[in-house]
Write a protein that binds this ligand. Structure first.
Ligand code: SF4
Ligand code: SF4
Length: 222
């Protein structure tokens, strides 16, 4: 999502890589679930999130939508899924103990928190959102360990490719809209990267690469 902000106001001014240590450890949250509430439509999901959710919950994307766990929203002109919150603002995956019921395969945005990503020069770095986590006295943790995603390099490359792919479309959203093509492009992305089932027994990255090959045939991405 495009946002105008000053990094120095929301971070400690440092940028981090996966191999760096950062003060993000919050002693397993100890009874707090603040960042699982009142998130509105902001926990936007990417294809890896959907692959992991469907694989681990043994369902498909449409079942998640029908079960009201997810909804579709429009982010800078592109249709993308996001987590749904309950009427009281709590995430629908938060259990009665106030813990994440899908912790092992929670979405990327949840894994990141309270880190954020800042993109520049065709890549990204992490920063600490210093005002977001209410826990004081946080401990230093290696960022790759904090994220807890296997195949960290492949995951980084995927996150980056997905970001710049969406950005290219979002940057042209107004022109596409005017040309009457935005809906077609949006439906293609929805179908190719989300509705079309992933094989949960096979590696994600190969399946993503195949879909990206199809997407790059879109005239606007040539
Ligand atoms: S706000 Fe901080 S301590 Fe609370 S649940 Fe989120 S990460 Fe954990
Ligand atoms: S998926 Fe889990 S970690 Fe993410 S907002 Fe929901 S309960 Fe919290």
């Amino acid at each position: 999502m495009k946002r105008e902000w000053d990094l120095s106001e929301v971070s400690d001014g440092k940028l981090y890589l996966e191999q760096d240590m950062a003060k993000v450890g919050c002693r397993e949250c100890e009874g707090c679930h603040d960042c699982c509430c009142d998130m509105g439509e902001s926990v936007v999901l990417d294809p890896y999130d959907i692959y992991e959710l469907c694989r681990n919950l043994h369902c498909d994307f449409e079942t998640l939508l029908q079960g009201n766990k997810l909804s579709l929203g429009v982010v800078d002109g592109v249709i993308l899924p996001h987590l749904n919150m309950e009427e009281n603002g709590a995430c629908r995956f938060l259990n009665e103990m106030g813990r994440c019921s899908i912790h092992g395969f929670r979405p990327g945005i949840c894994r990141l928190f309270p880190l954020g990503r800042v993109y520049a020069d065709c890549d990204y770095r992490y920063f600490i959102q210093i005002h977001e986590c209410s826990k004081k006295e946080r401990t230093k943790v290696k960022i790759s360990k904090w994220l807890g995603v296997p195949n960290g390099r492949q995951y980084h490359a995927f996150v980056n490719e997905w970001h710049y792919f969406l950005k290219k479309i979002q940057d042209q959203a107004a022109a596409l809209q005017e040309a009457g093509q935005l809906k077609t492009v949006g439906m293609f992305i929805l179908q190719e990267f989300f509705l079309k089932s992933y094989n949960g027994d096979a590696d994600f990255y190969g399946q993503f690469a195949d879909r990206m090959k199809q997407a790059k045939k879109l005239p606007i991405l040539k």
